[in-house]
Ligand binder design. Sequence first.
Ligand code: ADP
Ligand code: MG
Length: 590
Amino acid sequence: MSVNKTCFSEDSLKSWNVSTIAPHRLLMSSPIQSLPREVINLIAAGEVIDSLAAVVRELVENSLDAGATSIYISLWPDLWRVQVADNGRGMTLRDLKFCAEPHSTSKIHSSEDLYRISSLGFRGEALHSLTQVADLEILSRSVEDIEEGVGWRIVYRKGKIIKEEPVAIATGTIVTVSNLFAKLPLRRKSLPSTSKQLKAVQEIIGEIALCHPQVTWQVRQKEQLWLQISPGTSADRILPQIVNRLRQSDLQLLKLDLKTPNEENIETVEKSKMELTIGLPDRCHRRRADWIKVGINGRVVRSPEIEQTIISAFAKTLPRDRYPVCFVHLQTSPCQIDWNRHPAKAKIYLHSIKYWQEQVALAIERALRISPANLPAAENQRVGKLLKASEEKGTYSIKERSKNKKEEISLIDLRAVAQVRNTYIVAEHPTGLWLIEQHIAHERILYEQLQDDWKLVALETPIILSQLRSAQLEQLQRLGIEIENFGEQLWAVRAIPEMLQQRDDLTDAIIELSWGGDLQEAQVATACRSAIRNGTPLNLSQMQTLLDRWKSTRNPSTCPHGRPIYLSLEETALSRFFRRNWVIGKSHGI
Ligand code: ADP
Ligand code: MG
């Protein structure tokens, strides 16, 4: 792209190379029209432009609706100025003169259209509002304009067009908003500090980029490059560019075709799609739930129900008080969604929410399993660090490891070969070797077994407990453990979790369970107590059985406390580490 690298001036934008035209932008759009009164009355009214971030959101959404694949944003927060330039479809002079009229849009025309919204915008309010609270300039050249290089520039002041002139510009649109809220000093004062506003802008751009990974983004602040996002095929390419210290190899992507639900429960031919990107729990998690995001048809929305589903689906895979990285993007028929609930469209109403929650939970469960498709990439972060450390000590550099390793692996074939320190199982794998910590691998197996079947069995001889507090008693009863009074300060336990049956420390186990926590906690505690201890010698066949059971668990990456279970040492990484490419070994046939 022929954009000046150091300065994002208007002139440089005008010289955008036409070869960057977005392919789907070549589709013709319908002309801008005023919405009929009855449609206006149906639209959720409210203030659209209430911050710098809202300006960016509205302009960028217009660029995306125009089919742009490159969006350049410039911010001058001190001057209350924002510019968004795109290579979208552009506007004809006729539309340009009309686009900032109240309720004027090219995206919907009738009240029925409100039920089949497929664009990000539809209210026809944003540009009009901008002419009311700021100075506005729009340069645009439509794909329909045949005259080479000529577009139009329109300048608004106090809501009126004061200038209209031809300009030389590549196809696309450049909107500049200046002096935002100049006439609303109280509004300016009520807004948070510049740095907070910029953070909000950054968040909005990140969210939109996740939903539109095919777009190239460049954001400048006071002429300096501030943020840059390269395009990718899916959100797993975008997340590492916008989340600190996150690597693509920490992520797992799953794309699914789904049935579209309908109220009458009739099978429809219409397919929905889900794209799920999760951070693998042994590789990344966060202090806050700030990267649990839900996108629907191209926009990140707040969906407390689906967000809760995500948190629950990661339960017992992460350390205490840590949250997953997860982005789920649903693409479904517009009739499934009511966008018209909130002026900024951040809140929506999704029909059949239970169905979507179920699908999200199932997809996360699938993504968490180890399968040939989601074996760790050769670029395992922990191994990467080890190698990096050794690399820093030496003088030889280790080049980028193959990123396509994932695709080459067709079968998981883990063969136990040894036990180290009576704690780690060494397993050979077609692409390298893994170290698996025996206790927590077993704990994962047992925990999932208990989740599926929390079985209580009657005891022939009851266990007698003494000095129980009433809270402990209630807790045991809540867990289904049969317990009854047996005399002064004595209680008899008559049924217990099956897994604990043969244990010598049964009494301790029951006391532990009585100290509180929900059923999940009780299952974790039971699994932890029952799992083989580290330090226990195992023979090869015992190790193999453990590996076979472990690799088919729902979440083999972490134990229920969130600790990683295995470390993979991929052959590619090992061969680089041992400098197997050196020629010196050649003569010995190595
Ligand atoms: P809405 O997006 O709800 O239609 P807006 O006020 O944001 O309302 O925009 C009004 C109209 O102006 C849009 O419907 C579209 O036709 C046109 N428009 C705005 N921005 C652009 C752009 N960047 N490229 C092409 N057309 C645009
Ligand atoms: Mg709009």
